[in-house]
Design a protein. Sequence first.
Length: 145
Amino acid sequence: MKIALGSDHGGYDLKEAIGRSLAKDGHEIIDFGCSGKDSCDYPDYGTGVARAVAAAQADRGILICTTGVGMSITANKIRGIRAALCADVLTAKMSRQHNDANVLVLGAKIVSEALALDIVTEWIAASFEGGRHQRRIDKIKELEK
């Protein structure tokens, strides 16, 4: 799977750990930055990842900032993106199964690295169930028009 990955300075260390883990599992990573811990603006990186996913240049995206809130707000401004801020495995799994979330957002000060890696693993493995959930996704898409 091709995964777009991005963070601001607050999520940099966790982004790097997630990227290494995903690459080890055989996924192709497109790293949209940031490239260090110097202060930077999360919309710059969140927009790049969200646009790549919306344009099908990546299958899914993962964004990390300090709490995940800023990245969630940013990513969800891009048409076609359903970004889910998750702090536990069940929410991440269900965001894929029921909401067809195509961007996962994590808060580096909210989840530990170990929990984040578990969340990412479950989120990557989960699939959209369709069925009754598709009509709800269709209603969300109508809001973007």
